[in-house]
Design a protein around this ligand. Structure first.
Ligand code: ADP
Ligand code: MG
Length: 644
């Protein structure tokens, strides 16, 4: 019996952010109202997955009913549409938790995006990603009722929940005769269109065809007239259950039998992304040591939370068709975290846990197989469908750049996929491959040159570029945060070294050798200026490691340089910003003997004025690198003194 106390209806307020989401849904004027059905079916399918997984350990959860299904029913008299499943169900606490609050982060972003007029329709499709799918029922409903009973609990432990989707809901313990969840929607006046068999079928086959469980509708069938004894009587009608979706796991179907539209629809289901996938690769491995199937998709747009620390990988693991887990992090490296899809293994045990996955040789083999598939697919796109590849790069290039550091074995393969901008590209769009760079470099050029900075503008205007421009040598302009990380691991490509132009002694590169005349002229002027080096060194000894003459500058007066084996000032800055401690490091200051300021220094007899000039040259060089001054006010004062 239901306990008196528990049976009492409780009225509860929705959490604040739930309320905001509900407000949005209630006022939904946009297209694609029908997505609510996809969301409810997706939840029903998740609930059945969970039940199956639970039943692996405890078969009694099935309680005699292992014929798992999803029902979609409508009733024109009551104006109701019902979605029902015999999955895991929910306890009272779970109902309050799941249908009163929103577990996933990102609700704020969701509301912000939905409030932008232009992007509403597109973003309406992101509901699934934001973990607010259930509430989309209120797009079409005046009132929603939920009856649910958790697997393993008794009839009396069922739950009844009801809400008009404004700011509160009612909930109580109730008798519920079947395990699973039933959601009944009292449709709004302008949503009656959903009380129609053909409309519902169409929506289900469009969005939910490859849900692995049967989606059943009750349809009226006219019985075969021949079998009737009385031919003049009205044809007899009967209500029958009919499965309206394909109800198969698409990855188990042979490739040849799957249409592109079916692959695309399945993508939308696994990824909760409304955009079309950019490309996919579907493979069955069998006959050898391993047996598994993978269906891996590359999305066409980056999800909003790609850079969040808790970003969920979009790969689902199945074992012998049974769903095991979402977010299968062990099956793909982090630098491929944008990949969505399914891996179904025949070798892993059904009770495999996250812990086991971390140290399983089988998983390692599957993982390297998946990596190969994805890299091959990207290589194929780069080669044969450059426009698509560029779209991929624009969305996920910065993620792929983590690759060479994370996946040493595939370093070269990944490097071939990288795209950059350079001093010879028109703008900051990253379109240049390392192969194309090598292709167009002069025959005697030995290295691949790059400069790193914290923005495209400061990379493009770096004083270090002057000599290279003069010599006509192309330099890669790296300004993504991840670039420092990339070049710290990627030292070589196709036998060419990757060399930073702001580090070490540029003269080291054969490419930049000055000709005899230049060399001589430089020697001569260096001799002329010799004594200012020592004076400047004395003045700046607390701030720099060394002051020397520059071979790389043409028009700027000064620049700072890191030693060959030291980290660049850009990397130092990034590490400091991210709160890491970095060893104290002083830069090398290089001075350009061809610049007028040096002549002025040479002629400066007053020590104090000389010191001002030296500090200004150093501060300028730091600013030109995008760095920050320890004492900006002092810089400004010295500048003003110099100018006036
Ligand atoms: P999400 O599916 O992304 O978690 P939803 O808003 O769609 O977000 O659902 C919220 C939660 O409510 C689910 O995570 C699940 O715990 C619970 N839930 C929703 N529908 C069902 C159902 N049919 N059976 C069991 N639990 C459900
Ligand atoms: Mg959902």
């Amino acid at each position: 019996m239901v306990d008196e106390q528990q049976a009492t209806m409780q009225r509860k307020k929705f959490a604040t952010e739930t309320k905001q989401v509900l407000e949005l849904f209630a006022k939904w004027l946009y297209q694609n109202k029908e997505i609510f059905l996809r969301e409810l079916i997706s939840n029903a399918s998740d609930a059945i997955d969970k039940l199956k997984l639970g039943a692996l350990k405890d078969e009694s959860l099935f309680d005699g009913d292992s014929d798992l299904k999803i029902w979609v029913m409508y009733n024109k008299e009551t104006n109701t549409l019902t979605v029902k499943d015999n999955g895991i169900g929910m306890s009272l606490e779970e109902v309050i938790e799941n249908l009163g609050t929103i577990a996933k982060s990102g609700t704020k972003q969701f509301i912000e995006r939905m409030s932008q007029e232009q992007s509403r329709d597109a973003n309406g499709q992101l509901i699934g990603q934001f973990g607010v799918g259930f509430y989309s029922a209120f797009v079409v409903s005046e009132k929603v009722e939920v009856r649910t009973r958790k697997a393993g609990l008794s009839e009396a432990d069922g739950v009844f929940w009801s809400s008009a989707g404004v700011d509160e809901y009612d909930v109580r313990q109730d008798q519920v005769s079947q395990r699973g969840t039933e959601i009944t929607m009292y449709l709004k006046e302008d949503a009656k269109e959903f009380l129609d068999e053909f409309r519902l079928r169409k929506i289900i086959t469009t969005y939910s065809d490859h849900i692995a469980y049967p989606i059943v509708m009750f349809v009226e069938k006219t019985l075969d007239a021949d079998k009737e004894s009385d031919k003049d009587a009205e044809p007899r009608k009967e209500i029958q259950e009919e499965v309206v979706n394909q109800a198969n796991a698409i990855w188990t179907v042979p490739k040849k039998e799957i249409k592109d539209e079916e692959y695309e629809a399945f993508y939308k289901h696994v990824s909760h992304d409304f955009n079309m996938p950019l490309a996919w690769t579907h493979n069955k491995v069998e006959g050898g040591k391993l047996e598994y199937t993978s269906l891996l998709y590359i999305p066409s747009e980056a999800p909003f939370d790609l850079w969040n620390r808790e970003y969920k990988h979009g790969l689902k693991l199945y074992v012998q068709r049974v769903f095991i887990l979402d977010d299968a992090k062990n099956l793909l490296p982090t630098y491929l975290r944008f990949v969505k899809g399914v891996v179904d293994s025949n070798d892993l045990p059904l009770n495999v846990s996250r812990e086991v996955l971390q140290s399983s040789a089988t998983v390692d083999m599957i993982r390297s197989g998946c990596v190969k598939r994805v890299l091959d697919l990207l290589g194929y796109l780069a080669e044969n469908e450059p426009d698509k590849y560029q779209k991929f790069w624009d969305a996920f290039g910065a993620v792929l750049k983590e690759g060479p550091a994370e996946d040493f074995a595939n370093k070269d393969k990944i490097a071939a996929l990288l795209r950059f901008t350079s001093t010879k590209c028109d703008d900051q769009k990253q379109t240049l491959s390392l192969d194309a760079y090598i292709e167009r470099m002069a025959e005697n050029q030995e290295n691949i040159y790059y400069v790193t900075a914290d923005s495209y503008q400061s990379a493009k205007n770096s004083p270090h570029l002057e000599l290279f421009e003069n010599k006509g040598i192309e330099v890669l302009l790296l300004s993504d945060r991840v670039d420092e990380w990339l070049v710290s691991r990627l030292n070589e490509y196709q036998g060419k070294k990757l060399v930073s132009i702001s580090r070490g002694d540029v003269d080291a590169g054969e490419d930049l050798k000055l000709d005899e005349q230049e060399e001589e002229a430089l020697k001569k002027s260096e001799a002329d200026f010799e004594d200012i080096l020592k004076r400047a060194q004395d003045v700046l000894k607390d701030r720099v490691k060394e002051v020397r003459f520059s071979k790389r500058l043409k028009s700027s007066a000064s620049c700072i340089v890191a030693d060959e084996d030291e980290m660049s000032s850009n990397l130092r800055r990034m590490l400091i910003e991210s709160g890491q401690s970095v060893p104290d490091m002083k830069p090398i200051l290089e001075l350009n003997v061809k610049h007028g300021l040096l002549t002025r220094m040479k002629d400066e007899t007053q020590d104090e004025k000389f010191a001002d000039l030296a500090h200004v040259l150093l501060d300028q060089a730091i600013l030109a690198e995008g760095g920050q001054l320890d004492n900006p006010a002092a810089f400004v004062k010295r500048m003003n003194d110099l100018v006036s």
